[in-house]
Ligand binder design. Sequence first.
Ligand code: MN
Length: 298
Amino acid sequence: MSGDAARAAANPVGVHALVWVAGWSEPEARHAIARTREAGFDLIEIPLLDPRSVDAAMTRRLLEETGVAATCSLGLPFDADVSSADAAVVARGEALLTEAVDVTAALDARFLGGVVHSAMGKHLAAPTERGRRHAIEALRRVAERAAHREVTIGIEAVNRYESNLVNTAEQALALVDEIGAENVVVHLDSYHMNIEESDLGTPVHRCGARLGYVHVGESDRGYLGRGTVDFAALFQALADTGYAGPIVFESFSSVVVSPSFVSALAIWRDPWHDGLDVARSARAFLEVHLAAATAGRR
Ligand code: MN
C-alpha cells in the first residue's frame, strides 16, 4: 500500500453538521448527510445539544442509505454543567450526557466528544476543586455506560472563552487520567490550540495514543488555509505519532447556526455564505496536506 493509501485508510475524514443545517428534522438530516457525501467526506458529526430532539431511527436509516458514518458531540449548557459545585446542576448534566450516549449508540456511532466536561461558554470564575471532582465522578459513570454501548468519550480542550476547566491538551490529559477509563480520550481542535497552545505539534506528541479525535478549524473558523493555524505542524505530528482517528472539519457561519450555538460560540459574523463551497475547499485542503505530512513522516 502506498503512503497515501495508508493515510486514506487510516483517518476517516468528516465534517460538522452545522456546516449544512441548524436543526435535525428529516429534510435537514437528509440534506446534511447527502451534502457530506457529495463533498467527499466519510463521516458527519451530529450535534446532540438536545439529544431527545434527534430521531435516531430516521438518522440511522439515512446514514445506511448513503454509507456515511456518524460521530456525535455536544457542549453542556450552564444549567447542566457537570463541573458545577451544585449537585443538582451536576445531576442534570449527567442525565444529559447519559441520554447523549444512548442516542450515539442508537445511531450506531462510536464517539461522543466536545465540551462534555463543563458548560460551553464564557465562565466568570475559575472552576472549584469540588466542581472538578464532580466532573470526574460524573464522567466516570457516563464512561462506564458508554463502554457497554461501545462508545468512546472525547474530552475536548477548548479556548478560555468556552470553558474554564479544559483549555489545553495537558489539562485534557490530566482529566482523562483521573477519570481512568479505557474509553475516554483526548479530543483536540486546531482552532482552540491556536489560541491556547504554544505550538500545534507538541500537544499531539504529549497525548500520543490517548488522542482519539481531532477537529480542524481555521483561526476565524472559516476556510482552511486562509488563517493563521499552523496545519503543517499539526498534520506532521499526527503522521509522526501514527494517529489513525477521525479528522473532522468544523466551521461556523451565522448563515447556518443553531440558536443555542450563537451566543455560546460568539458567531457574530459570516466567514462564508456557501456551506458546500467551504466544505469542498476543506476536503481538498485536507487531501493535499494530510498526504504531504504522511509523505514527510519521520
Ligand atoms: Mn471543536
